[in-house]
Design a protein around this ligand. Sequence first.
Ligand SMILES: NC(=O)c1ccc[n+]([C@@H]2O[C@H](COP(=O)([O-])OP(=O)(O)OC[C@H]3O[C@@H](n4cnc5c(N)ncnc54)[C@H](O)[C@@H]3O)[C@@H](O)[C@H]2O)c1
Length: 315
Amino acid sequence: MNILLTGGAGFIGRWVMKKLLDDGHNVWILDDLSNGRVENIAEFQDRGGFRAFIKGTILDEQLLEELFNSKAFDICYHLGASINVQDSIDDPRTTFNNDTIGTFNIMEHCRKHSVKVVFMSTCMVYDQCTDEQGITEQHPIKPASPYAGSKIAAENMVLSYYYAYGLPTVVIRPFNTYGPYQKTGGEGGVVAIFIKNKLNGKDLNIYGTGTQTRDLLYVEDCARFVVEAGYSDKVNGETVNAGLGRDISINELAKLIVEDENRIHHIEHIHPQSEIQKLLCNSSKAKELLDWSPVVTLEEGIRRTEQWIASTNLI
Ligand SMILES: NC(=O)c1ccc[n+]([C@@H]2O[C@H](COP(=O)([O-])OP(=O)(O)OC[C@H]3O[C@@H](n4cnc5c(N)ncnc54)[C@H](O)[C@@H]3O)[C@@H](O)[C@H]2O)c1
């Protein structure tokens, strides 16, 4: 198939790209490099299916028009977005423009050209989990940050194209994802930051009490889920979760990574009002519709991530 992958130079996009190439597709990446990097996809440049990397933004309607007119895309995997909760609080306009308006632009072109859309939403749209069954797709949502609010708005537009136009669309909500190629600086994910600090002999800082929990999904499991959602007609018009099905407090995660408790400190939370206290995924719908379940344990995923961070100069 001919596939447009937005955000393909980013962390998860890079792994989605790999899986799509492994599966034999032709892939065009559109990424403005606001948070992605060409190094993430450099190793794919010589592979037959890698058709082009286009540096550009989903806010550029002219560029989208030319792209959709000149290529007969079958699927658009739409991952391009502003992803940082704190950035969205400091500057909501940028996140709203990229995540909501940008998604609307993508939807319009996919509608005109009858292209299936896989929309990458996030677990951050949910209210906190209150039981051990985990969060199903019926769980209440709560726009606790402009990032979550922008994604919820975009989700609704994506599903409206299914109902109003019969366009095949699916909303997917992966839980917090980690693994090789995630940034290890302040912009990165908690696993990457903790491992980088451990390897550099630095202490680990936890925002708030550290009792908040996360369901951590290894990036190759995440990418397989994303890609499968594009292949299956069963998920059209649906919202589907994916996570490990195990949550861990940030305190326990820090101990698992650094072992020495003297190297763990608690500091004042920068956005306590937008914190979600417990996130635990129930992925039974993904299992039922896509026959998807995660295969990489948290311990194995951390091991692979640490090995990668130790071997690279990327930050
Ligand atoms: N990392 C996670 O834990 C997680 C979990 C669930 C969902 N998601 C979603 O998955 C997607 C990928 O996230 P990620 O963690 O790989 O982040 P990332 O920042 O590495 O990837 C996003 C990519 O989109 C690009 N981008 C941003 N604005 C753009 C624009 N206007 N036009 C074109 N490209 C643009 C960035 O340069 C970046 O390469 C996002 O939609 C995010 O909301 C992430």
